[in-house]
Every structure is written in structure tokens, then in C-alpha cells.
Write a protein that binds this ligand. Structure first.
Ligand code: TEU
Ligand code: CA
Length: 546
């Protein structure tokens, strides 16, 4: 297939806003306590009203659900828990009618250990599928090296029948695919084309920066062959006008990201990187918590904004299904929940890139505190076990789970104030937050000052003013540790975004040029001198025309 992407062209996803759905927790319709595809279809009007352009749908393919669908046993089948292929086709069609594209989540780095390929691969070294995975010989005493799996334990698991170890970056039930094997790549590309033909709008590529790994040299992310593989992937599977490809890349720095998301479309449309969201920890492990130092966040965002401007494209997010709720993390989820949720959204949505809203973020859903046994996430149980065995104080470990555990993001969507929050009719797979009596979609829709209506306005602004798409970014007062302020400028206009990250009333003077500017949006009603707790505002004036 030939590459004929127009380098100068504006892509639809550059002024789009995406919404992430975690299907298990969005809407149940058949009374099994688990969200499903018909549930998503039934809520499309809600999403259309919000104004989003695409849904990043977390995996719905057949899976033993060890890692909630990120362990796929058949890439071409829908897991019966979520519905049928017909439901999926209906979802694509119904979303399309409302101008919403489905961004399909592709897990290409690893499969489930229940995938037919792995079951075959385990049978013998001569099996044609054996080389679909990464094996090293051994007698079972010592793994090939000391690499650790992300969810805890060694990254190698022994299969005595073969006298070999296989590599897995995540759970042992998620063996890594061998991208060195051209047959694997061919097989995956064919599978991707199968989904393209179904009419999806693009892909989110799970941990895609790991496909070029070299486990013998202990390299996982950004490995030696990664650009080559991305280019091949793009050529063989993505080249169709308008398809968007979003690459999850934990380890990407700005320089890498420029290549991954280069405007010529040779690799991916955009990166989804995490540098900003790892600033409030003392080690590479998120459980080692530290307070956020605002100047660090400002410097980090600035580096990415300026680094990719005009050459690449970034994703804008603070929430997803792996992250705690941002209002509980960098905002204030009690006294100033509404103000701080709006402030954080303002900070992010003023920037260059494609914003992502994670389900429930638009109504300000918060973290949850559960006893250990009520959590489902494999990572939470592993970290508890690993850390308490190492002698950490169990209470401190629980504190870090409450603050950082992935299940914070995965509690069921809060649709209304009824007992089961309008999510289901039976006990849900993960507890519903008690605060659904107050924080829910129904309440948000009827309150014109709700977080929901604020997000709606942010989305509309991005579609109205081109400066959101391509304005150059300038950080103001980099050292100020309470206020995050920046400007964006293009040939048509000038935008100023000001955000108070504290619960204090601060003195603040607008830059002179903005004294007469229009207030596009603010999270407080009447103007007042200075900045009130978590106050945020966007100011705009047009470039003078001669
Ligand atoms: O996450 C990538 C990833 O590296 C995460 O494991 C991350 O490090 C972790 O959540 C931090 O606690 C992707 C998916 O988003 C995640 O849900 C999957 O579990 C993971 O890949 C494996 O497929
Ligand atoms: Ca269901």
C-alpha cells in the first residue's frame, strides 16, 4: 500500500475531543453487574450531547479477564460478557450517526496465555506457533535475567515440559508476542485490517513502545527496532485516509515522541505519554508518593507543548483506567470538588493536543477507599503482597492503594442517585461509590453550573477558536508554585489561561494586553479581584486586522 498522506493537511483529530469508556464499568443492560456494549449504545445520546468526537473503547475482545480485557484470547471475537459482534457493529454504526468515531484498543504487545497461539506454542519447540512468543532455555532454577514484571514478580515464567522460560512484561497470563518474527507481525496486521473494514475510526495501541524490546539487554520501552516496526505497522495496517492511531508510550521523551508522532504520518498520529502524571512520586513506582510541586508540572507541560509544536502531536489527559481520579489527586475532592475539577480541566483543555475525558471525569467522580478484599485489580493485590512481604507497614501500603490504585478509576459510572446508581440492577463487579447520591449524571445535567456543563463549553471552545489547535505556547511565571498561567498565540488570536492550584485567595494581576480581553470561560460566577480558591479562567482577544 502506498503512503500518500498530505503533510500540510489538518487532521480531524487535531480539533477533536475523545472520551474513554471502560466497558466493564459504564452501563450494564442485562443484569449481570458488568457493563456491556448495548449499555454503551444506550448512552450514545448523552455522549453526543457532551460534544465528543470519538470514543476510546477499552478492550472488548474475548479474554479470560485476568487484566480486564488487556489479556486477549481472540482478537477477532467480542467477549460474550460485553455482547456480540452484531452489538459491536451496531455501536460503530450508531456512534457514526452521531458523528462519533470508535477508537479501538489494540493490545499488540502481548496476548492472553489462553490465546490459541500460546496454547500451541507451549506444546513443543517445533510447533509453528512456538516462535510467536519469547523463549529462553533453562533448567528452571534461575530465570534468564532479573527483569521484573510490571505487576510484580519476575518477568519470566518457566514451562518445565519445554525446559524454557517465556517473557511477560505484565502478568504471567500475558505472554509477550515476539515482534522479531515476521509471521507474528503479518498476523497482527491482517487482524487490524479486519477491524478497519468494520468501520472503526482508529486505534489506541496499548504499551506500543514496548514492541521493539530486547529482553536480553533488558530493554523494554523504545527498543532498537521500534521505529521500524511502527513504520511497517502504519504502512501495512493504518493507511486509510483519516484513521487515527494513538500510541501509549510510558517511556517516550520529547525527542522520541517527535518521531513517533511526526506530521508525515509515517509512524503514529499521536503519542499518549505519562511524564506529567509521574511527577508526584519519588521513584519510578507510583506507590512511592510525593506531593506535586507545581513548577515541575508547569515545566513538564511546557517542554512537551513547545517540543511537539508544529512537528508532532500529543494527547492531553490526567485520567484513564490506570490512574486515580485527578480531582482527588491534584484537586480537592471535598470542599472545592466542583471548582478544582473545573480548574484542572481548564489547565489541560487550553493546550495543544487531543484532550481525553475518562468516563466520570466530566461529573467529577472521585477516588474510593475499600478494604483490600473488595478490590479486583491484579496490580493492587500484587503490590500489597509484595510490599508487606518486604516489611512495609500494611497501613501505609493501603494508603498508597487508596491514593494510587487503578480501581479508583474503575468503579461503576454514576448515572443517578438510586441505590445502584443507574449502572446495574444487581451487585456490580466492583463497588459503587457511596457519593453517587450526590455526584451523578442526572444531577449534573440539570445543574447549569455543573462540571458536566463546563466540559461541554471547553469542548465547544476547541471547535470555535483555532488558537486551541495550533497556537504557540508560552509559560508565564515558571517559578510560581500556586498559579499555572500560560498563553497561546496564533495569527488569529491570543488566549490566556490562568489557574489557581490552591485553596487560598491569591493576589493576581492580569497581563496588560488581556485587561480588555473577553472572558471565554471561568469557574466562578462574578468577577472579583485576585484569584479565589481553585479559580480558573480563559481570556481571549482577536488579532487586529489591517
Ligand atoms: O498499561 C500500561 C502500563 O504500563 C500499565 O501497566 C501501567 O504501568 C500501570 O497501570 C501502572 O500502574 C496498559 C493498560 O492501560 C493497562 O490497563 C494494562 O494493564 C497494561 O497495559 C497491560 O496490557
Ligand atoms: Ca452486562
Amino acid at each position: 500500500m502506498a503512503t500518500t498522506l498530505d503533510k500540510t493537511k489538518r487532521h480531524w483529530w487535531q480539533s477533536a475531543v475523545f472520551y474513554q469508556i471502560y466497558p466493564k464499568s459504564f452501563q450494564d443492560t442485562n443484569g449481570d453487574g458488568v457493563g456491556d456494549l448495548p449499555g454503551i449504545i444506550s448512552r450514545l445520546d448523552y455522549l453526543a450531547d457532551l460534544g465528543i468526537d470519538g470514543i476510546w473503547l477499552s478492550p472488548v475482545c474475548q479474554s479470560p479477564q485476568v487484566d480486564n480485557g488487556y489479556d486477549i484470547s481472540d482478537y477477532r471475537a467480542i467477549d460474550p460478557m460485553f455482547g456480540t459482534m452484531e452489538d459491536m457493529e451496531t455501536l460503530i454504526r450508531e456512534a457514526d450517526k452521531r458523528g462519533i468515531s470508535i477508537i479501538f484498543d489494540l493490545v499488540l504487545n502481548h496476548s492472553s496465555d489462553q490465546h490459541r497461539w500460546f496454547l500451541e506454542a507451549k506444546k513443543s519447540k517445533d510447533n509453528p506457533y512456538h516462535d510467536y512468543y519469547i523463549w529462553r532455555d533453562g533448567d528452571g532454577t534461575n530465570p534468564p535475567n532479573d527483569m521484573r514484571a510490571t505487576f510484580g514478580g519476575p518477568a519470566w515464567t518457566y514451562v518445565p515440559e519445554l525446559r524454557q522460560w517465556y517473557f511477560h512484561q505484565f502478568a504471567p497470563q500475558q505472554p509477550d508476542l515476539n515482534w522479531e518474527n515476521p509471521a507474528v507481525r503479518e498476523e497482527l496486521y491482517a487482524m487490524i485490517r479486519y477491524w478497519v473494514d468494520k468501520g472503526i475510526g482508529g486505534f489506541r495501541l496499548d504499551v506500543i513502545d514496548q514492541i521493539g524490546k530486547d529482553p536480553d539487554r533488558k530493554i523494554t520501552g523504545n527498543g532498537p527496532r521500534v521505529h521500524e516496526f511502527f513504520q511497517e505497522l502504519s504502512r501495512e495496517a493504518f493507511i486509510k485516509e483519516g484513521l487515527v492511531s494513538v500510541g501509549e508510550a510510558w517511556g517516550a521523551d520529547v525527542e522520541r515522541a517527535k518521531r513517533y508522532s511526526a506530521h508525515d504520518g509515517s509512524e503514529l498520529s499521536m503519542v499518549f505519554q505519562f511524564e506529567h502524571i509521574c511527577l508526584d512520586q519519588t521513584t519510578w513506582e507510583k506507590w512511592d508518593m510525593a506531593p506535586l510541586h507545581l513548577p515541575d508540572l508547569k515545566a513538564c507541560m511546557c517542554r512537551w507543548q513547545q517540543g511537539l509544536h508544529g512537528v508532532g502531536w500529543n494527547s492531553l489527559f490526567m485520567n484513564n483506567h490506570d490512574l486515580p481520579r485527578i480531582v482527588s489527586r491534584w484537586g480537592n475532592d471535598t470542599t472545592y470538588r466542583v471548582e478544582s475539577a473545573k480548574m484542572l480541566a481548564t489547565m489541560l483543555h487550553g493546550m495543544e493536543g487531543t484532550p481525553y475525558i475518562f468516563q466520570g471525569e466530566e461529573i467529577g467522580m472521585t477516588n474510593i477507599r475499600l478494604p483490600l478484599e473488595q478490590y479486583v485489580d491484579v496490580e493492587i493485590h500484587n503490590v500489597y503482597k509484595e510490599r508487606t512481604e518486604k516489611g512495609y507497614d500494611p497501613e501505609a501500603v493501603m494508603e498508597s492503594i487508596w491514593a494510587r490504585g487503578r480501581d479508583n478509576a474503575r468503579t461503576p459510572m454514576q448515572w443517578d442517585d438510586s441505590e445502584l446508581a443507574g449502572f446495574t440492577t444487581v451487585e456490580p463487579w466492583l463497588p459503587i461509590h457511596d457519593n453517587h447520591t450526590e455526584i451523578n449524571v442526572e444531577a449534573a445535567l440539570t445543574d447549569p453550573d455543573s462540571i458536566y456543563h463546563y466540559y461541554k463549553k471547553l469542548i465547544q471552545l476547541r471547535k470555535t477558536y483555532s488558537v486551541f489547535r495550533d497556537g504557540a505556547f508560552t509559560l508565564l511565571d515558571p517559578a510560581d508554585d500556586k498559579v499555572f498561567a500560560y498563553t497561546r498565540d496564533n495569527e488569529y488570536g491570543h488566549l490566556l489561561v490562568v489557574c489557581n492550584f490552591t485553596d487560598e485567595w491569591l493576589e493576581y494581576e492580569l497581563p496588560e494586553e488581556y485587561a480588555q480581553a473577553e472572558v471565554l470561560l471561568t469557574n466562578y460566577r462574578e468577577g472579583a479581584p485576585g484569584l479565589r480558591p481553585y479559580e480558573a479562567a480563559m481570556f481571549y482577544y482577536e488579532e487586529e486586522r489591517v
